[in-house]
Write a protein that binds this ligand. Structure first.
Ligand SMILES: Cc1cc2nc3c(=O)[nH]c(=O)nc-3n(C[C@H](O)[C@H](O)[C@H](O)COP(=O)(O)O)c2cc1C
Length: 455
């Protein structure tokens, strides 16, 4: 299969984007420590050839740069945002096949998740092994429409998992199943094709099967296969699929887990029983380190370009956006036409539940570089004029500074409250000359950069 995980790993290696680690490392913290090292040092993807007690290699930091996400889409980094938004509109329905690589081995008795999958324990106080890159698939109990999302999963014992279902559509499916007093069948696919993975975290309209978006991304139908023990279809080219069901009305302590915000988070979450595991004959495990550059790339790219389109409908002066920390920090670059523009953009963006800090800059600031943003804030802001503070707005549950946290029946993500800040770091239109950025002459720059590039 052309676009599956292992084919992508081969492509990364061929283009020098992958490093191999041949030392035997433990799944208990050691591989997480090594991923942290590689991500910070070279920023490349990393393949661990030998995990202690397993015969399964582990790949990590897969989509840790925009260039690698662009490689998955087969486009240049510059064309990435346009391509992905355009392809998301051109949905292609999946097809169901009868035989699949992921069912080369089927285990339906004596289930022991951590004997089969090298699930990593990441951070020091984590409650145990967590699957952080597996896609959970379920069907709407009323309409039968499929849904999927990336949800953290704690392996609690041999056949039991805790699952953090804080976002739709799966949180809604569980609410509906519980209203009917029924379990919610699920399939948990690990090691899916990179574009299927991207589709799982795409902000899809309600009722849309994200496998159609994955098909749009891949520009061909995604092949699905029926699970052996539940009425769900999973990607035929996945490396592993866990099949089971979420127990209705049960919530158990899940965590602590070192979250995307950089803090431990514990919550009473749904519990699922796993009834069967299928996998490839020589499977590959896909790991994703929470609170890493890879998460920033993923959230900035998926959330950023989607939110930009929405914002531009109301406020066309917004040119670009950069998003960090699961969406909590939003930096917007605008073409300012009036001195009220900054405040308008701040007002609009702070109404988004993710955004907690919004900074608006002019077009001469590289918003992907936080040093540049700090420069603009320090030198362009009058703090008694350009700052907006808003109290008691919906915030991210996994941010420890938010308060409240009462559970709603659908486990909605927006149940905590927080205060937010907006900073207008744009130049006043009447004083543009005073804020002219220093530079060497353009003509000289172009000439010298060409010389320097050839060195
Ligand atoms: C790195 C990462 C981790 C995520 N972890 C969770 C999680 O543990 N629980 C959850 O409910 N949503 C989680 N999400 C969000 C959803 O999987 C999904 O991306 C998001 O809800 C958008 O899809 P939707 O529009 O279908 O809700 C995570 C997203 C990312 C990028």
């Amino acid at each position: 299969m052309s676009g599956d995980l292992r084919a992508f790993v081969k492509r990364l290696e061929k283009s020098g984007e992958l490093v191999r680690v041949s030392d035997e490392l433990s799944t208990q913290h050691e591989i997480a420590a090594a991923i942290k090292y590689v991500a910070q040092d070279e920023g490349k993807a990393v393949l661990f050839e030998r995990a202690k007690d397993y015969h399964v290699p582990i790949v990590a930091n897969l989509l840790g740069s925009r260039e690698r996400v662009a490689m998955a889409f087969d486009v240049t980094e510059r064309d990435l945002d346009e391509t992905y938004l355009a392809r998301a509109q051109n949905r292609i329905k999946p097809v169901v096949v009868t035989s699949a690589p992921v069912q080369e081995v089927v285990i339906d008795s004596g289930i022991d998740i951590c004997r089969t999958l090298p699930v990593l324990t990441h951070h020091e106080q984590d409650a145990g092994p967590y699957m952080t890159s597996a896609i959970t698939i379920a069907k709407d109990p009323e309409t039968g429409i499929r849904g999927m999302g990336l949800h953290r999963i704690q392996v609690k014992d041999k056949d039991t998992i805790g699952i953090f279902l804080a976002t739709p559509p799966l949180s809604h499916f569980l609410t509906k199943a519980e209203q009917q007093g029924k379990p919610l069948p699920i399939a948990v696919a690990s090691g899916v094709a990179p574009l299927t993975f991207c589709a799982a975290i795409f902000f899809a309209p309600q009722g849309v099967d994200k496998f159609e978006i994955a098909g749009g991304f891949a520009q061909e139908p995604i092949e699905l296969v029926k699970c052996r023990s539940v009425d769900i279809e999973a990607p035929a080219d996945a490396e592993f699929v866990l099949e089971g069901y979420i127990i209705p009305q049960q919530r158990d302590k899940e965590g602590p887990f070192g979250e995307s915000t950089g803090y431990y988070f514990t919550y009473d979450n749904p519990v699922a029983k796993i009834k069967a595991i299928s996998h490839r004959a020589n499977p590959l495990y896909h790991a994703l380190l929470p609170f890493s550059g890879e998460e920033t790339v993923l959230t900035s790219f998926m959330l950023g370009s989607y939110t930009l389109r929405q914002v531009q409908r109301e406020l066309p002066q917004v040119r670009r956006m950069h998003i960090q920390l699961v969406g909590e920090i939003v930096i917007a670059q605008i073409d300012k036409k009036s001195d009220e523009d900054g405040a308008k953009v701040i007002d609009y963006l702070l109404s988004n539940p993710f955004a907690k800090i919004v900074v608006v800059t002019d077009g001469d600031v590289n918003i992907s570089d936080l040093d540049e943003v700090a420069w603009a804030v320090a030198t362009r802001v009058h703090f008694d004029r350009d700052v907006t503070i808003k109290s008691d707005l919906p915030g991210l549950m996994i941010d420890p500074s938010t308060s409240g946290g009462e559970k709603t029946p659908d486990l909605s993500q927006l149940t905590t409250r927080t205060a937010k800040i907006g900073i207008d770091a744009t130049k006043p239109l009447s004083e543009l000359k005073k804020f002219e950025r220093i530079d060497v002459p353009q003509r000289v720059k172009q000439k010298i950069w060409k010389i320097m590039e050839k060195r």
